[in-house]
Design a protein around this ligand. Structure first.
Ligand code: PEP
Ligand code: MN
Length: 286
């Protein structure tokens, strides 16, 4: 029989592991956490406007890809180190921890100079060399589910990180491929809830990649909150029509603000609350 995950499993009655993103942002605690920002870092201006908007709306962390895993080699591949610098500057200015994807083992030293949280993307969930390398660094990890991965395979990928010594891991459901190609992916909310029951790691949901469609992002974000997710990953772009990557699924700042206003009453209906925004926590020394 194939080996199954053990280190990621919840002990009977055990609490969810809490993962710190920078100072003051805790994923897996009582507060619901929202990570937001563009798919890709594209320019100083885009980061300036985008980061100010998500911070003003109450996001807890800022995301942005500097190295993009694109299906076509002719698509925008990301700004690389220049992008990491822009993301880092925007995050420090807004007092938000930053999340960015590491594509390759060789990029790790550079990423560690800039980012607070290392994202391992859906296409790399099965990259065991990358998982092993990231397991050896003391930086929190956002591990996305591969779009063709079973729940057990996702847990085993997380097991690589814990087995190597890094237990600061947050899982992210971002939709899987199914027979139905109408939408970009199929959001597996029941799978998220199953993992929450079984696994001691926090689980967040990315309704942006899960749907690929702006109008569906907020409804699925609210559904994820109702179903018990620990937080959300949301793509926000100041000008989605001009985005170099994933524009059709990006929320505008006003749409994101609307989602952030809709979340607290929804969370309160299921006995939960939003986490305090990082900027506020930092301002009061929390
Ligand atoms: C992303 O977060 O921009 C991304 C590439 O996500 P995924 O790995 O889930 O496709
Ligand atoms: Mn994207």
């Amino acid at each position: 029989m194939a080996a199954t995950a053990t280190k990621v499993l919840r002990t009977a009655g055990g609490a969810t592991q809490r993962v710190q993103f920078g100072h003051g942002v805790e994923v897996g605690g009582p507060g619901f956490v929202v990570i937001a920002g563009p798919c890709a870092v594209e320019s100083a201006e885009q980061m300036e406007h985008g980061s100010a908007a998500v911070s003003a709306a109450g996001a807890h962390a800022l995301r942005g890809g500097a190295f993009k895993p694109r299906t076509s080699p002719y698509s925008f591949q990301g700004m690389g180190e220049v992008g990491l610098k822009l993301l880092h500057e925007a995050g420090r200015k807004q007092r938000l921890p930053i999340v960015s994807e590491v594509l390759e083992v060789t990029q790790l030293p550079l990423m560690l100079d800039y980012v607070d949280v290392l994202q391992i993307g859906a296409r790399n969930m099965h990259n065991f060399a990358l998982l092993r390398a990231v397991s050896k660094v003391s930086r929190p990890v956002l591990l996305k589910r591969g779009f063709g991965a079973t729940l057990e395979e996702w847990l085993l990928a997380a097991e690589y990180l814990l087995d190597g010594g890094n237990d600061q891991v947050v899982l992210c459901e971002r939709g899987i491929r199914s027979f139905d190609t109408t939408l970009r992916n199929t959001l597996d909310l029941a799978g998220m809830a199953w993992v929450k029951e079984r696994c001691r790691l926090p689980v967040i949901v990315d309704p942006s990649h899960a749907t690929g469609q702006q109008s569906l992002v907020s409804p699925m974000a609210l559904a994820a909150a109702a179903a018990g997710a620990d937080g959300l990953l949301i793509e926000v772009h100041p000008e989605p029509d001009a985005a170099l990557c994933d524009g059709p699924q990006a929320l505008t700042p006003p749409l994101f603000e609307g989602l952030m206003r809709a979340l607290p009453p929804l969370l309160s209906a299921v006995g939960r609350t939003m986490a305090r925004p990082e900027a506020l926590a930092a301002a009061v020394g929390g």
